[in-house]
Ligand binder design. Structure first.
Ligand code: BGC
Length: 758
């Protein structure tokens, strides 16, 4: 049995702490309205607000006859459902809302949520790919557009951004976040929350955002989805939490907890995470939604005896809304009546949910987002499509370009476009694609065809199929390992061409939830195809379309040019063609390393030094005997069609006072012949700490555009607060001492200076 911490938890949850985390959700006049509503609500109605069901998208279809859908509609009419997810479209949401507003006693509107992760209909690159833009404005813009489209379809709330830091590309969900680094993750979190929520939740083109998964889901052991997490408070605070904190500071309205346990406690049942840190220390005034069924899953975790017990643990720990476990609706009222759950916990959860509903303007007009005319006009508008192309090309990373094979000449006589993803119109839409139309992406083949003059022959050969059978969220991809029949035609096409563009990688549903893999190399027969094509023609530009980093192995050495295009969204084909032909000079940088070998996972550039950093002759040191320690392409890495050189960085003073600032300046030169954009990166190393510190930590970046031959000074400003971390004494503060500071174009190739903090 568990000791349920009601008293302590309650004290924290009800103590409203003003400050950055208050998100403007706490408005005195609204709090009074909530008081009045709470006074009228029966216990069952209160619990109803905490209950969220998934719709089967069928509310506009034939009336549901029986089963779960009928139960849901009946409960909606009784005011026993606070939220529905997966109902979309102006008409469907209006009808669903009508059930609650016209059918229920208190007419409290429901809040409709959906996973609007990287677009609603117009798809942007999957979030990891988009993070490769290192462009917060671009990330904000794509979230803004996603919100505009989704809000016009009657939605109020997105389960995004996913802000889980992950060091493990085996974990399929790495595609949903911003990669391996907490600083870049925090910048992406801020941008995305701002983009989804705009300046005003009540505006008709904004959604309430949801920072997820709280917390440490990205550290699932061995990269296996839903697996155990056990990490120190230091790693939690220094690595996992900063993007969540940034989201809360940016005013995120909701937070989703997580499937994993952490330190023996399922996140859904964690008072430490939800009450102590999120609602207590950070003053978060919005609500926490459970992950899908995660309240019930505490039984399987071996943390709760049954759903009733799990519900009691979850509400006590601060999980405000139950997504599809049906634990609250089934048990909470009885638990309160039996004196096992204090009704104040329920009241607090209701208050938090109502705050968000008020902020969205749903009490003024519950149908305000369900507007068929706006839906028609906003969704897939030309401006959205143009933005999708722009963000996609900003996200593309040039990994290798031997002998300047790229950019390609549009006037080449024959271009062979080969590979299982060359003509594919679906993979680029990625996983978590909301209401994207299946097969609606611009394929690479189409992009190339549209870019070249009619005198250029574009020949296509699929070579091999990547996946056989159904391709959708529920299907686990069945990889083709036997059908080689297309290889000869591909070889023929390669032989006859001036240059080959080879599109390989992952299908949309090979990464994402439930898609953890131990082998993150080229799947199926792709490797065989690559080798066969290379034998026929050495001039091969490989375009990787992936959700996550792949292990390219020895193949990377034999390929002269490699472009990581991710799952680039609706306009992927045009965006990639823009890069291949030099219409756009690539500027993307990896938000997560490409490992040399899967056995290196988990890995980060921001590792600790260890007691044996080596290499040292005659001593065994912390290394593998078969593969180097470092990745193939490190965090922050990405080439351009021009080259940038960096001067030694200079610091404005050798010492920085505790309340002072330090300028770090380096001169960057475009040493090549094309204009280009470089992402200049600032890293810091704290040499001695009360707990050991990483060998490098990203602390800033700037995108600099330089004409050929142009030089520019780039200055970063560091404050003592930027050097703060969770110390041995459990405080977030900077410790005096010696630091190194590094500036460079990626996390590996940097130049350094030194300073100290007084
Ligand atoms: C995922 C969440 C998602 C939810 C609702 C869960 O399986 O973990 O990220 O928001 O489903 O679709």
């Amino acid at each position: 049995m568990h000791v349920v911490r009601i008293a302590g938890a309650l004290a924290l949850s009800l103590a409203f702490i003003p400050g950055a985390g208050a998100q403007g959700l706490v408005v005195p006049a609204t709090e009074k309205k909530i008081d009045a509503l709470l006074a009228q609500m029966t216990l069952e109605e209160k619990v109803g607000q905490l209950n969220q069901y998934s719709s089967a998208f069928d509310v506009t279809g034939p009336a549901p006859s029986a089963g779960a859908q009928k139960v849901m509609y009946d409960q909606v009419r009784q005011g026993l459902v606070g939220s529905v997810l997966n109902v979309t479209g102006a008409e469907a949401t209006r009808k669903m809302q009508q059930l609650a507003v016209e059918g229920s006693r208190l007419k409290i509107p429901m809040i409709f949520g959906l996973d609007v992760i990287h677009g609603y209909r117009t798809m942007f690159p999957t979030p990891l790919g988009e993070a490769a833009s290192w462009d917060p404005a671009a990330m904000e813009q794509s979230a803004r557009i996603a919100a505009t489209e989704a809000a016009a379809a009657g939605l109020h709330w997105t389960f995004a951004p996913m802000v889980d830091v992950s060091w493990d590309a085996r974990w399929g969900r790495i595609m949903e976040g911003a990669g391996e680094d907490p600083y870049l993750g925090a910048r992406a979190a801020t941008a995305r929350v701002r983009g989804f929520q705009g300046g005003d939740l009540a505006a008709l083109d904004t959604l309430a955002a949801c920072a997820k998964h709280f917390a440490a889901y990205g550290f699932s052991e061995a990269g296996r989805d839903y697996n155990t997490v056990d990490l120190s408070e230091h790693r939690l605070r220094n690595v996992v939490l900063p993007p969540f904190r940034a989201a809360v500071d940016a005013g995120v309205a909701t937070v989703m907890n997580s499937f994993n346990e952490i330190g023996g406690v399922p996140a859904t049942g964690s008072t430490h995470l939800q009450r102590d840190i999120l609602k207590g220390e950070w003053g978060f005034a919005g609500f926490v939604v459970s992950d899908w069924g995660s309240i019930g899953e505490m039984v399987a975790h071996g943390y709760a005896e049954n759903l009733e017990h799990a519900s009691r643990i979850a509400i006590t720990a601060g999980s405000d809304m139950d997504m599809e476990a049906r634990g609250y609706v089934g048990h909470l009222a009885a638990l309160v009546k039996a004196g096992k759950v204090d009704v104040k916990l329920v009241d607090d959860a209701v208050r938090r949910i109502l705050r968000v509903k008020f902020a969205l303007g749903l009490f003024d007009d519950p149908y305000r987002y369900s507007d068929a005319a706006r839906e028609k006009q906003a969704i897939g508008s030309p401006a959205h499509v143009a933005a999708a192309r722009d963000v996609a090309r900003k996200s593309i990373v040039l990994l290798k370009n031997e002998g300047g094979l790229l950019p390609l000449d549009k006037a080449a006589k024959t271009i062979a476009v080969i590979g299982p993803l060359a003509a594919d119109k679906d993979a680029a839409l990625g996983n978590w694609r909301a209401q994207a139309v299946t097969g609606s992406a611009v394929s690479l083949l189409e992009g190339i065809q549209a870019a070249v003059p009619s005198t250029t022959r574009v020949v296509h050969a699929e070579g091999v199929k990547l996946v056989t059978g159904p391709r959708n969220f529920m299907a686990r991809s069945v990889i083709n390992t036997t059908d080689r029949s297309g290889i000869p035609a591909a070889v023929e096409a390669a032989r006859a061409a001036d240059v080959v563009v080879l599109a390989v990688g992952e299908d949309a549903f090979q990464s994402g939830e439930g898609r953890s893999q131990v082998d993150i190399g080229f799947k199926g027969l792709q490797e065989e195809l690559i080798q066969a094509v290379l034998e026929a023609n050495k001039r091969v530009v490989t375009v990787l379309m992936t959700g996550r980093p792949l292990v390219l192995g020895g193949t990377a050495e034999s390929l002269p040019a490699i472009v990581e295009a991710w799952h680039g969204g609706s306009q992927a084909g045009h965006a990639i063609a823009d890069v291949l032909f030099g219409e756009y000079n690539p500027s993307g940088k990896l938000p997560v390393a490409f490992p040399r070998h899967v056995g290196q996972m988990p890995m980060t550039y921001a590792h600790k030094n260890t007691g044996r950093p080596g290499p040292e002759p005659g001593v065994t040191w912390s290394s593998y005997t078969d593969v180097a320690n470092d990745p193939l392409y490190p965090f922050g890495y990405g080439l351009s069609y021009t080259t940038f050189t960096y001067s030694e960085p200079r610091v404005s003073a050798p010492e920085i006072a505790r309340d002072g600032t330090l300028q770090v300046t380096a001169t960057i030169t475009n040493a090549g012949k094309r204009a280009g954009v470089e992402v200049a990166q600032l890293y810091v190393r704290d040499l001695v700490g009360s707990v050991t510190r990483p060998v490098k930590e990203l602390k800033g970046f700037q995108k600099v555009e330089l004409q050929p031959g142009q030089s520019r000074e780039v200055t970063f400003t560091l404050k003592a607060a930027d050097l703060a971390f969770y110390t041995a004494s459990g405080k977030w503060e900077a410790e005096p001492g010696a630091f190194k500071v590094f500036v460079g174009g990626n996390s590996r190739d940097v130049k350094e200076a030194a300073f100290s903090l007084k």
